[in-house]
Design a protein around this ligand. Structure first.
Ligand code: IMP
Length: 179
């Protein structure tokens, strides 16, 4: 385990197994319909790479980047599109791929924005959802894991841009972050 971590909450094997299950479920739901995965950068980059390979339906991938926490561990509630999609989503089946659902503020904004572009369908898959934290109701069709309300890193999730490359997900030691 990385020395900055207090504990591991999800192992590499647990993550891989759950993504395989999500891929099966998504493939069953979409069948032969093409699905456009919209990954929210940067946290969901690793997840979308593995999830896409677990889906048998025809898959296309696009990326969006929104402002997040910077190096702080608290949600600011401020959401800004930093990088928009490269293609139009009108009439397409869109599945937004998120790393973690915390307050829900980011997704709420994103979904409203995407819905206004006229997709054929709009659903969300999140790898993690923080228990009891959602301040706004989000209808999330696929959830990988519910996690405790702690700041987690690894498998795409960062603290001050570090730890994204850890193959597992863990809780940082409190002395590592400084707010
Ligand atoms: P929300 O708008 O509060 O739901 O925040 C969602 C975004 O905040 C996620 O996509 C992450 O980028 C970031 N975030 C929230 N909780 C964590 C965490 O525990 N670790 C790392 N990033 C987090």
């Amino acid at each position: 385990m990385h020395p900055d971590l207090e504990t591991i909450v999800l192992t590499e094997a647990q993550i891989a197994e759950r993504i395989r299950e999500l891929g099966e479920q998504i493939s069953a739901d979409y069948g032969h319909e093409p699905v456009l995965l919209i990954a929210v950068l940067r946290g969901a980059a690793l997840f979308v790479a593995d999830l896409a390979r677990a889906i048998e339906s025809p898959v296309e991938i696009d990326f969006m980047a929104v402002s997040s926490y910077g190096s702080s561990t608290k949600s600011s509630g401020v959401v800004r599109i930093i990088k928009d999609l490269d293609e139009t989503i009108e009439g397409r089946h869109v599945l937004v791929v998120e790393d973690i659902l915390d307050t829900g503020l980011t997704l709420k904004y994103l979904l409203k924005n995407l819905a206004s572009r006229g997709p054929a369908s709009l659903e969300v898959v999140t790898l993690l959802s923080k228990e009891g934290k959602q301040r706004v109701p989000i209808s999330c069709r696929y959830i990988g894991f519910d996690v405790p309300d702690e700041f987690v890193v690894g498998y795409g999730l960062d603290y001050a841009e570090r730890y994204r490359n850890l193959p597992y997900i863990g809780i940082l030691k409190p002395e590592i972050y400084s707010d």
